[in-house]
Design a protein around this ligand. Structure first.
Ligand code: PGA
Length: 253
């Protein structure tokens, strides 16, 4: 739990391998100067293999998804073994953009078990679509955690990273990100849910990250008040300078 994590979710960007290499090179430079923070870059599958063979240490590489079957005839899918062979250490699962395209809780559940079995690290994304006055959004969070961890043992849950990404805060301006105070409430709630499912000690050994319009400008406040172990960053991670600012803020904190 002492490790701080900053993860880049490049989504379907950038459009050329050349650009991907340029950004990764820039991130490597910053990561080298901020060794207390683990930096993981999740590029598209197509760019992943070249980038991870170039190396860019101390950056590690992650994937944005994996198929839920180990092998077989599945046109257009990528297996966990392929990702492992490509040098991937972490896999983002259950991102809201994938859930919106039809990924179910069962899919996420299956993928988590598969990833854990192969000794890679799942980054489980959870997050409510909107916040209502009645607090219904808390049940959304609770159910997403319960569903995803249905088959996960107490020993294995410690190997998972949870990324809290409220859908209403993703892809917005830095001002629309969550406030540190609201995030703190949510991280406490996530730990309570984990504590009810396992126990308090286990709940505090699972790293919780925040994602949703994190920028170099808002990272400090969100990180210091939010009680998170790091960030999952979309847009700002495509700019090595901006992403570098976020890495150094987390590293210094
Ligand atoms: P954003 O994306 O930083 O562009 O809001 C975060 C994410 O979707 O993981």
């Amino acid at each position: 739990m002492n490790t701080k994590l900053v993860i880049a979710n490049w989504k379907m960007n950038p459009q050329t391998l050349r650009e991907a290499k340029r950004i990764a090179g820039g991130i490597k430079t910053v990561a080298s100067k901020n060794r207390k923070t683990q930096v993981i870059v999740c590029p598209s599958f197509l760019h992943l293999i070249t980038l991870s063979s170039v190396g860019h240490k101390p950056i590690s590489y992650g994937a944005q998804n994996v198929f839920c079957e180990k092998d077989g005839s599945h046109t257009g899918e990528t297996s966990l073994s392929m990702l492992k062979d490509a040098g991937v250490s972490h896999i983002i699962l259950g991102h809201s953009e994938r859930r919106a395209k039809g990924e179910t809780s069962e899919d996420v559940q299956k993928k988590i078990s598969l990833v854990l079995k192969e000794k890679l690290i799942p980054i489980l994304c959870i997050g409510e679509a909107e916040r209502d006055m009645e607090g219904e959004y808390l049940s959304v969070i609770k159910n997403e955690i319960k569903d995803a961890l249905k088959d996960v043992s107490q020993a294995n849950v410690k190997k998972i990273v949870i990324a809290y990404e409220p859908v209403w805060a993703i892809g917005k301006t830095g001002e629309e990100a969550i406030t540190g105070r609201d995030l703190h409430e949510m991280t406490l709630y996530i730990r309570k849910v984990l504590s009810d499912l396992y126990n308090q000690r286990t709940a505090f050994s699972v790293p919780v990250l925040y994602g949703g319009s994190v920028t170099g400008n808002n990272a400090k406040d969100i990180f210091s008040e939010g009680e998170v172990q790091g960030f999952l960053v979309g847009r700002a991670s495509l700019d090595a300078k901006e992403f570098g600012k976020i890495i150094s803020i987390v590293n210094k904190a």
